[in-house]
Design a protein around this ligand. Structure first.
Ligand code: SER
Length: 326
């Protein structure tokens, strides 16, 4: 991995990955791209940035060739709740974009990463300690594109020898860029509201357990898997990874350790609750640990402390009033 093209780089994962890889590889060796190019944006202004619609194969290939990239990290996709609202569009973007990305990787002989998700599992997958290899019959359009994507990436690996690698991400929690349209997003929103209002109304019900991970661990996972020795990889598309599993009551209890008068309430959204109910409670990450030493560093309380500290700093810098400061 010497010169990397990242798509969807203004998103929650992409913005932090671009920042990390610019540090690791040098600013001239990271080509950040997204379908939009906003002004006053750190990712746009912090290095090379190209506007790219991933459903346009010619444009995708032209950018990869222009910079002679040797690695593609394909992140452009719709998340679960948005995909459920626009299933046909989600299929077109998630699968059309991925197919183009894989074709470009084949053409360029590039190392390849695109994320899968816990959403690739479905209601008849084992819900607890969900194994790496098990039944996968998701009932959401997002999940359908993730399973199909895993298979497509394996196909490009076995048929064409493309070095495809992937993880099944859990809900990702971060403070720099907010996620958009996901089911696990409540676990990010809650920190914003805890600082602003000392209260939160969760759209996911108590007792609903989902896997989660702090963004620093997610970025490390992408970089570590891309740098992993291919000889050790028995699996490829895609590795279960997780750092913790909690329900809304447990994250609220963690916040109360730092903000004792924080109040938790519920206003359950039936669509996102339905999606969450179809996903595992907790997945088994032992293959990732064995095959490329996956080793997350943040547990729930460490993450809560970091989120509250960093968000409180961000609010202060932006002149936003909060009820609590750290
Ligand atoms: N965080 C994602 C979502 O909620 C799961 O991959 O859609």
């Amino acid at each position: 991995m010497k010169k990397v093209l990242i798509t969807g780089s203004l998103g929650q994962i992409g913005s932090e990955l671009a920042e990390r890889l610019r540090k690791d590889l040098g600013v001239d060796n990271v080509i950040a791209s997204d379908i939009r190019k906003p002004e006053n944006n750190k990712t746009v202004e912090g290095g090379i940035f190209e506007t790219l619609d991933v459903t346009d194969y010619e444009a995708y290939l032209a950018i990869a060739k222009k910079y002679e990239v040797d690695t593609i990290v394909h992140l452009a996709a719709l998340l679960s709740a948005t995909a459920e609202a626009r299933p046909a569009f989600a299929w077109g973007l998630n699968m059309g974009g991925l197919m183009n990305a894989l074709e470009v990787a084949r053409e360029m002989d590039a190392l390849f990463f695109a994320p899968s998700s816990i959403a690739a599992f479905g209601p008849n997958s084992p819900a607890d300690n969900t194994p790496q290899d098990t039944i996968m019959r998701p009932t959401t359009m997002y999940g359908v594109t993730k399973v199909a994507g895993e298979l497509l990436e394996d196909y490009y690996h076995t048929k064409y020898g493309v070095d495809t690698r992937s993880v099944r991400f859990p809900g990702l929690i971060s403070y720099k860029v907010e996620p958009g349209g996901g089911t696990t997003d409540y676990a990010v929103d809650i920190y914003y509201e805890a600082l602003k209002n000392k209260s939160y109304k969760s759209f996911i019900d108590k007792g609903t357990y989902m896997d989660m991970m702090y963004m620093d661990d997610a970025i490390d996972a992408i970089v570590d898997l891309l740098n992993a020795d291919p000889e050790r990889l028995e699996h490829r598309n895609s590795f279960n990874i997780t750092a913790m599993s909690f329900d809304p009551e447990e994250i609220a209890a963690s916040i109360k350790k730092f903000i004792p008068d924080f109040e938790m309430g519920y206003e359950v959204d039936p669509v996102r609750q339905g999606i969450a109910n179809s996903w595992p409670n907790s997945i088994d990450a032992s293959c990732a640990k064995k095959e490329w030493d996956f080793n997350p560093k943040f547990d729930l309380d460490k993450m809560t402390e970091e989120m509250l500290k960093q968000l409180s700093k961000k609010f202060a810098d932006e002149g936003i009033d909060t009820k609590v400061s750290f």
